[in-house]
Design a protein around this ligand. Structure first.
Ligand code: CDP
Length: 229
């Protein structure tokens, strides 16, 4: 089997990260959650006072970009990848609703995307990688051997995110999540730089009615087909 690049793009909260992580684990590939990188930049901006209300201080953020280093490390106990911002584990904090509320406008900034895409491309240099996000098959790895575009209805996606946060003990409302999911879908699809869209050569996976097992089986089958070619 040859080593390939697997790009998984799609709408927010459609289970991309879970399926990408599980596939990478089964086939011994590196997994990179590109959304976590945009979330970490958002955390940096919030903590540095670079976001006030809806206003982002783009000048200061752009000057700070070379001081933002994002890496991933497998957690000792769980074996799951955790996101580090300048060496500090921020995995929990980047998943909050506050970050979800601000991340899409941050991810729409051209200088933020430029910096993140360069880091992502460097991570994929040796292939053997599964990366999920919004622009992986279109911009980061346009030559990826396997591209998947995942979708499901906004209501199903909001329900899944609600259940996930609730299981973690986070207080939140389904309506607020649904609003956030729809808002991010809109911003992600309509931004000027690398908008979310299905690459022409990506396979469409609508998982509205699929169980996690069915989805994993489908994905692994696609991997076998594409890594053998
Ligand atoms: O987990 P969820 O699918 O809700 O989102 P995520 O993958 O953590 O990504 C958070 C946000 O980062 C998205 O809503 C996009 O605005 C942005 N993003 C992006 O612009 N490009 C990527 N490659 C990944 C995420």
């Amino acid at each position: 089997m040859k080593k390939i690049i697997i790009a998984i793009d799609g709408f927010s909260s459609c289970g991309k990260s879970t399926m990408a992580k599980e596939l990478a684990h089964r086939i011994g590939y590196i997994y990179i959650d590109s959304g976590a990188m945009y979330r970490a930049v958002t955390l940096y901006a919030l903590e540095g006072g670079l976001i006030e209300g809806d206003r982002i201080n783009a000048d200061r953020l752009s000057q700070a970009m070379d001081q933002i280093r994002i890496t991933f490390r497998l957690h000792d106990q769980t074996g799951r990848p955790h996101t580090l911002l300048n060496g500090q584990d921020v995995e929990e904090r980047i998943r909050s609703m506050e970050i979800s509320t601000h991340v899409s406008p941050i991810a729409a900034l051209d200088f933020v995307r430029e910096a993140m895409v360069a880091q992502q491309q460097a991570m994929g240099q040796d292939k053997g990688i599964v990366m999920d996000g919004r622009d992986i098959g279109t911009t980061v790895f346009p030559n990826a051997e396997l591209k998947i575009f995942v979708t499901a209805t906004p209501e199903i996606r909001a329900r899944r995110r609600y259940d996930e946060l609730k299981a973690k003990g986070v207080e939140t409302s389904y309506e607020e999540i649904l609003r956030n999911v729809k808002e991010r879908d809109y911003i992600d699809q309509h931004r000027a730089v690398s908008p979310l869209r299905q690459a022409d050569d990506a396979l469409l996976l609508d998982n509205t009615h699929l169980t996690r097992e069915q989805q994993n089986a489908w994905l692994e089958h696609q991997y076998q087909l594409h890594a053998c070619e």
